[in-house]
Design a protein around this ligand. Structure first.
Ligand code: ATP
Ligand code: MG
Length: 263
């Protein structure tokens, strides 16, 4: 099983949108068995997929260890796509750890992923991280094989990439098997500024920048959130959906999970 963590402590850069669309594409187009882990107490991935974020989600796992995983994960309406949900209890857990009431366990998720791998339960796991380095985000980085960093094309995101990478590098120094596969430009729109940002990242980014950029389709993406679907399911031929399919192909090729020419 390959585990991807979608990480950037900058908010609103497309982490959740990337998680949902990549998961949907891998399950439906590539027929992979996919587990999405919602590591954000905002619970956006969980609510889009209609998975309850109450007792028994990621917060439970981070407190009590792996347990019996079929009881923890929720099936979705999409064949092959499961989710380990999160909700406010994950935020409560963070507060307890920060206030010293509870000893944080940075390796609980890694243990869970190891169990899933040993049981051959899924082909791919994708972890949607929150916009800050919470307990769940540190667990995600420690558990991941590969990190993908979505980024917007504003100056703060583009020029801040080196800092984001440096911080992730510090965290993954305790988990040498975790690699950063690359940064993914999201919410791109044809303009001098967006082109300049992509050029800047291709020259200056300390990590690989994916060839595919994800265009902006504000209305389609917004509608898909109300429809509780990935954009690729809601509007398969809009620009965002086409771009995420292209990104999935590029990522799977880069990771050696498919060969050149396969769709
Ligand atoms: N390609 C796109 N085109 C148009 N809108 C988009 C696109 N990608 C994401 N959005 C919108 O931008 C907003 C932020 O996206 P998203 O929630 O995926 O970011 P995030 O990094 O997960 O945010 P957070 O840091 O709060 O978790 C959402 O309203 C989403 O619908
Ligand atoms: Mg999010």
């Amino acid at each position: 099983m390959k585990t991807f963590a979608i990480v950037n402590q900058k908010g609103g850069v497309g982490k959740t949108t990337t998680t949902l669309n990549l998961g949907y594409i891998l399950a439906t187009q590539y027929h992979m068995r996919v587990l999405l882990i919602d590591a954000d107490n905002q619970g956006n991935t969980s609510s889009v997929l209609d998975a309850a974020g109450g007792e028994g989600g990621l917060a439970w796992l981070l407190q009590y260890g792996a347990g019996y995983y079929p009881d923890l994960v929720c099936h979705t309406d999409v064949n092959g796509l499961d989710v380990l949900p999160s909700g406010q209890d994950l935020g409560d857990l963070d507060l307890e750890c920060m206030s010293g009431k509870r000893q944080p366990d940075f390796w609980a998720l890694k243990g869970f992923i190891t169990t899933l791998t040993e049981d051959d339960a899924y082909d791919v796991c994708i972890i949607d991280c929150p916009p800050y380095f919470s307990l769940s985000c540190l667990n995600a980085i420690a558990a991941a094989d590969s990190i993908i960093i979505p980024t917007d094309t504003d100056a703060y995101s583009a020029t801040g990439m080196a800092k984001v990478v440096a911080q992730i590098d510090k965290i993954r120094s305790v988990s040498p098997t975790t690699r950063i596969t690359g940064c993914l430009v999201t919410r791109w729109a044809k303009s001098e500024v967006s082109d300049g940002a992509v050029d800047y990242l291709r020259k200056e980014s300390p990590v690989h920048v994916f060839e595919t950029v994800i265009r902006t389709s504000t209305e389609k993406v917004r509608e898909s959130t109300w429809a509780r679907q990935a954009a690729c399911q809601w509007s398969p031929f809009c620009n965002v959906s086409k771009d995420y399919r292209e990104f999935a192909r590029e990522l799977l090729t880069l990771e050696g999970m498919i060969h050149h020419g396969e769709v």
